[in-house]
Design a protein around this ligand. Sequence first.
Ligand code: NAD
Length: 486
Amino acid sequence: MSDVKNFINGEYRVSSGGKVFDNINPCTGALIGTVQEATYEDVDAAVQAARDALSGPWGKMSDAERGEILHAIADGIDRRFDEFLAAECADTGKPFNIASHIDVPRGAANFRVFADAVKNVATEAFQMATPDGNGAFNMAVRKPKGVIAVISPWNLPLLLMTWKVGPALACGNTVVVKPSEETPTTTSLLGEVMNEAGVPPGVFNVVNGFGPESAGAFLTEHAEVDAITFTGETRTGEIIVRAAAKGLRDVSMECGGKNPALVFADCDMDKAIEGTLRSVFANCGQVCLGTERVYVERPIFDEFVSRLAEEAGKFTLGPPEDKNTDMGPLVSHEHQKKVLSYYDLAVAEGANVVLGGGVPDMAEEFSGGAWVQPTIWTGLADDARVIKEEIFGPCCHIRPFDTEEEAIRLANDTAYGLAAAIWTENTSRALRVSTQINCGVAWVNSWFLRDLRTAFGGAKESGMGREGGEHSLEFYTELQNICIKI
Ligand code: NAD
């Protein structure tokens, strides 16, 4: 049995209020262990430690020195790869073959990429005339913003948390992380790596707990937090933006999506099927960038639907360690309840269920797990709730379209604007369509292909601000102009 502790000022601490909550294995429903729930006093201690560390050795280091430490953190994750892999898969139920290729390597890469990015970004300088004829120089310098609160979700716990901690530390900030209550283990484990890599105490802190009236709210409402970076649901994001308004603290919001895929008749069908299979079902559909609405040009609609259903119907559902597993369970029973409620709603709203729609038959040992079937619908009206609301499960609705204009209109008919996938072999069309879709990330003939130097974020209700490459440095630093009169 594990006991996941808070990590404050370089050391592991139990809850000062003696409070713990359960960590459940989503494959079986069995107890993995307990998690120490941070009280307000614990969160306050973490924030104070982070504040103090800003003026300690960390605050005096050069970018290059901090960069070396960030590389040591990445090396530390690589060295303990198997531990991170086992912990991530136990908390989430996701297959080893996904987490070993995506979650854990990206967890390490997030430190290396931003350590190097900081070294290579210039700041602006302007020379100006003055009435006395001598002139002046303006020179910008970047300074850390201070104490950053990192609030992360459960779908890609290590990857999404390090996506924020990496650049925050590279820029010289200190952090207090509140991982999702569903998946706390790898964030806590990272504390050991930080100590081994020589990160000074107080630079990286972890507090465990829930959102409202718990560690999440204590942290985001704390006056000594200078900025908040959040990944999670849009409605939670709204609450956090309200908390950040007090004291005008800066926010970065990476929120939900209801992402479209547009499949044109001139696509490479094999590529479109393979890509859409991944974009709908990867990580059991629990990817913010995942596709939940598929629009297919009418001449290839029937073939596309039957091929996608045939391929998804072959998925093997199973536990992480089984090499044959294509899809794991959902993260929790609570989330399973939510996804199944949409499976029922789809039928009530008049969907034709092409595949799945319920709970799969699993072996006895997995009967307590949060399993759902991969599911495909057709036939829903454009204003159905299943088309409008983010489900975050292994499911999609497929609808035919007749013209490019119609496809673009349907893709944009959503409150969200995170990502889109466009499948066509016509480059002019690819450019024409992708630039007309109101979203942060548009993929053409691919999905989830990420260059960490590029801007990442959402339009509309999918978020505020951009992270990635130089854009992360914008958020994690305060740009100061120094004007020097000659
Ligand atoms: P969530 O909003 O329920 O929780 C996210 C985090 O916020 C958790 O750590 C939670 O404890 C915390 N939290 C909840 N209420 C809070 C409050 N009042 N104050 C402070 N903290 C609070 O999201 P989730 O269910 O963990 O994650 C799934 C959601 O995340 C989906 O909507 C998905 O689209 C989104 N997501 C977005 C991106 C992106 O990059 N845009 C990436 C991954 C996931």
